[in-house]
Design a protein around this ligand. Structure first.
Ligand code: MD3
Ligand code: FE
Length: 219
């Protein structure tokens, strides 16, 4: 009961993995939603990614800077029309640097950070993401994750396998999570979203958006 009145505290879940609740003000959340809507409408539109197993991901994804397809990055959206992917905008890189400064409480933490790809994931009420590692990047630079819309249950695991030990964390609209250092190659996933929990004013009525910025290490 009283929990609802207390600010949720910044928390280092594991070395290099820092959760900063309520990092994005509502106006910034709405701006991000607007940008995602534009990217999602094309020319390299949002889609359900097809996995080599023949299954489709339940999450819908649009990419900026580079197109992610399992398990590689290309400059063109070869799985959905072939257009060149939208340029990675400087405002998003600036936001990524600010995220590192705040998460690591180090004014220099963002100095050399130049993310060149963003994966924008949209979760409807039924979408989830199984435990996986992000290892298609040729760089161990941190991943910056921003959440908007409905809450979700995020599972942060270990670097060895997709099983225990893991920590479950509820992510809400405006939350920042940074995964660097020894946590960069940890298994993680989204167990479920919590439909109907998006706060008024975040820019999304239904569903959840997650943006992850990364450094591909590619030219
Ligand atoms: C930990 N996205 O796009 S964000 C993904 O909420 C992805 O859509 C989830 O996993 C989402 O690959 C989780 C948190 C996250 C993202 C990347 C990580 C955690 C990570 C990379 C390394 C370690
Ligand atoms: Fe991931």
């Amino acid at each position: 009961m009283i929990d609802a009145l207390l600010p949720r505290a910044r928390r280092e879940i594991a070395p290099g993995a820092v959760h900063v609740p309520d990092w994005l003000p509502p106006e910034r959340q709405r701006e991000i939603v607007d940008a995602c809507r534009q990217w999602a409408s094309g020319p390299a539109p949002m889609r359900h990614v097809k996995l080599p197993t023949g299954n489709q991901m339940s999450v819908q994804m649009v990419c900026v800077g580079w197109q992610w397809q399992p398990y590689k990055y290309t400059r063109t959206a070869d799985d959905v029309g072939g257009a060149r992917v939208a340029d990675f905008p400087e405002w998003l890189a600036e936001l990524g640097r600010a995220a590192l400064v705040d998460a690591y409480r180090d004014p220099r933490a963002g100095d050399d950070y130049q993310p060149d790809v963003a994966l924008v994931n949209f979760y409807d009420a039924a979408a989830k993401m199984g435990m996986h590692q992000d290892k298609d990047e040729r760089s161990s630079a941190p991943v910056v994750s921003l959440s908007v819309g409905d809450n979700c249950v995020f599972r942060f695991g270990n670097t060895q396998n997709r099983n225990r030990p893991f920590v479950d964390v509820e992510l809400t609209s405006g939350d920042l999570f940074v995964f660097g250092g020894p946590s960069r190659f940890a298994y993680h996933g989204v167990l479920k979203t919590l439909p109907g929990t998006a706060p008024a004013g975040c820019g999304l009525n239904d569903g959840r958006l997650n943006i992850t910025m990364r450094v591909t290490g590619m030219e």
